[in-house]
Design a protein around this ligand. Structure first.
Ligand code: AMP
Length: 419
C-alpha cells in the first residue's frame, strides 16, 4: 500500500478482472467496425462551452457534474463528461459533413462526472460509443440499435432489455412541451423541479422519486402528440427492429438526461444492477450540430457503459471470452540455461507463440508454480545437462508428460504440440 489511493469514485483495472473490460470493449466495437464505422479519438478535455451548449445548460451533467478548470493561459476547459459533443465537434472541424454521408464513427474512452459515487456509478468511467452523422433514415437508427443489442447478446447477456420512445421533433415537440408544462405547473413540486419545468419539462417525467412519479399519472405523453412525420419515422424504426428479431418495450416516459435528443430515443437496462440499471443509451440528435455552431446535420448515436456491462456479466455469472495468456512458460535452471532459454522465448514470440519466462532467478519449485499459475499449457524446462545435449524439456502442464526437443527446433516443436 502506498500513501496514495485512487481518488474517490474511481477504481483501477487490475488483472485478471481487467481482461473482462477489454473483452467488453472488443464486443462493443467489433460489430461497429464490421458495419463501416471508423475509429475516432478526441482529447480528454474540451472548451467548457462545447458541453454547456452541446449537452445543455439544464442538465445535471453540466450544472453539477462537470470537472472544469481554468488553465494558466486562461482557457476554460472541462474533462469530457460524454462523447457525442466532442465527436461532432471533431467531425465538423475535419469537414466530414462535406464528404460522404452519413459519416459513421466509433470511439472508446474515459469520461468524467462529479457524481455521488455508488455501485455502478463512478466519477471516472468508460464508454464505447457510435455516431452516424448527417443522415435522417430510420434504418440508420435501427442499425445502431441492432448493433448494440447484438453486442450485448454476443457477450452472453440475457437480461438486457431495450426501452424505446420517440421524443418528437421541432414540429411537434413545442406544442407537447407547452401542454406538459401546463400539467406540471399544477403539481405540488419542490423549487428545483419547478425550475426544471421551465427549462426542460420532459426531464421531470424521468424523476425517479416516488412522490413525483405518483403525481405524474395522467401527464400528457409525447406519443399522443407526435406529428405525422415523427409517427411514421418511429413506426419504421419499430418495424425494422421487429424484423431483425430485436425485442423492445415501448416506454412513453423514456426521456434522456441530455437536452439534444429528438425522435428516436432508447436505453438498454439490465435487471441485475439495482438502481444504476442503464447499461447504455442513445438516440437521434438532429439539432445538436446547430447548437454548437455547425450546419444542419441530423444524426443518431449511442454510448454503452463498459463498467456497468462488466457488472452485468458478473450479475448473470457469465464469463466473457478473454484473450488467452501465455501458451508456453519457460523455466531456466542455471545461468547458461537462462541465456539460451531467453533467446528461445524471444524467438517463440517473434513467431507468434505467446510465451513467458520465469524471471527473478527463482528455484525450480517456485518457477514451476509460476508456470502453473500463468495458465500456459506447456512449460519449457532447461537445465545444464539438457543444454549440453542441445535439448529442452517440453512439459505438458495438464498431463505432466515431458519429452526432450532439440533446442534449435523449439518453435516447430511447440507449434506441433499446440496444434
Ligand atoms: P449517458 O451518457 O449518461 O447516456 O450514459 C451512457 C451509459 O454510460 C450509461 O447507460 C451507463 O452505462 C454509462 N454511465 C453513465 N454515467 C456513468 C457513471 N457515472 N458511472 C458508470 N457508468 C456510467
Amino acid at each position: 500500500m502506498s500513501t496514495f489511493s485512487a481518488p474517490k469514485g474511481t477504481y483501477d483495472l487490475i488483472p485478471p478482472e481487467s481482461a473482462q473490460f477489454l473483452a467488453v470493449r472488443e464486443a462493443f466495437s467489433a460489430p461497429l467496425r464490421r458495419a463501416g464505422y471508423g475509429y475516432v479519438e478526441t482529447p480528454g478535455f474540451e472548451q467548457t462551452g462545447l458541453f454547456s451548449r452541446g449537452v445543455g445548460e439544464s442538465t445535471d451533467i453540466v450544472t453539477k457534474e462537470m470537472y472544469t478548470l481554468t488553465t494558466r493561459g486562461g482557457d476554460e476547459l472541462a474533462l469530457r463528461p460524454e462523447g457525442t459533443a466532442s465527436v461532432l465537434r471533431a467531425a465538423l472541424q475535419a469537414g466530414l459533413h462535406r464528404g460522404a454521408l452519413p459519416a459513421k464513427l466509433w470511439y472508446s474512452g474515459s469520461y468524467y462526472r462529479y457524481e455521488r459515487p455508488q455501485a455502478g456509478r463512478y466519477r471516472h468511467f468508460s464508454q464505447v460509443g457510435a455516431e452516424a452523422l448527417g443522415a435522417e433514415d430510420p434504418a440508420l437508427d435501427a442499425e445502431l440499435i441492432i448493433l448494440a443489442a447484438d453486442a450485448f447478446r454476443a457477450l452472453g447477456l440475457r437480461q438486457v432489455r431495450l426501452l424505446l420512445n420517440s421524443l418528437g421533433d421541432k414540429e411537434c415537440r413545442p406544442a407537447y412541451r407547452a401542454a406538459l408544462q401546463d400539467f406540471l405547473r399544477a403539481l405540488d413540486l419542490d423549487e428545483d423541479t419547478r425550475r426544471r419545468i421551465e427549462i426542460n419539462p420532459l426531464r421531470v417525467l424521468d424523476d425517479k422519486r416516488e412522490s413525483v412519479q405518483q403525481q405524474l399519472t395522467g401527464a400528457p405523453m409525447m406519443r399522443d402528440h407526435l406529428c405525422e412525420g415523427c409517427k411514421a419515422y418511429h413506426e419504421q424504426v419499430r418495424e425494422l427492429l421487429t424484423a431483425a428479431g430485436v425485442a423492445f418495450e415501448d416506454d412513453p416516459r423514456l426521456v434522456r438526461g441530455l437536452d439534444y435528443y429528438t425522435r428516436t430515443t432508447f436505453e438498454f437496462v439490465h435487471d441485475g444492477l439495482g438502481s444504476q440499471s442503464a447499461v447504455g443509451g442513445g438516440g437521434r440528435y438532429d439539432g445538436l450540430s446547430e447548437m454548437i455552431g455547425g450546419p444542419e446535420l441530423p444524426s443518431v448515436g449511442w454510448a454503452l457503459g463498459v463498467d456497468r456491462t462488466v457488472l452485468a456479466l458478473r450479475a448473470e455469472d457469465v464469463a466473457p471470452q478473454t484473450p488467452a495468456g501465455a501458451q508456453v512458460f519457460a523455466v531456466p535452471l542455471g545461468e547458461d540455461a537462462r541465456r539460451a532459454l531467453f533467446a528461445a522465448v524471444t524467438e517463440l514470440r517473434r513467431e507468434g507463440v505467446a510465451a513467458d519466462f520465469a524471471y527473478g532467478g527463482k528455484g525450480m519449485k517456485n518457477a514451476m508454480k509460476s508456470a502453473n499459475r500463468s495458465g500456459a499449457r506447456f512449460a519449457l524446462v532447461l537445465g545444464d545437462r539438457d543444454l549440453a545435449e542441445g535439448v529442452v524439456q517440453l512439459k505438458d502442464l495438464e498431463s505432466g508428460e515431458q519429452s526432450p526437443v532439440p533446442l534449435e527446433r523449439v518453435v516447430a516443436a511447440v507449434r506441433a504440440k499446440l496444434g
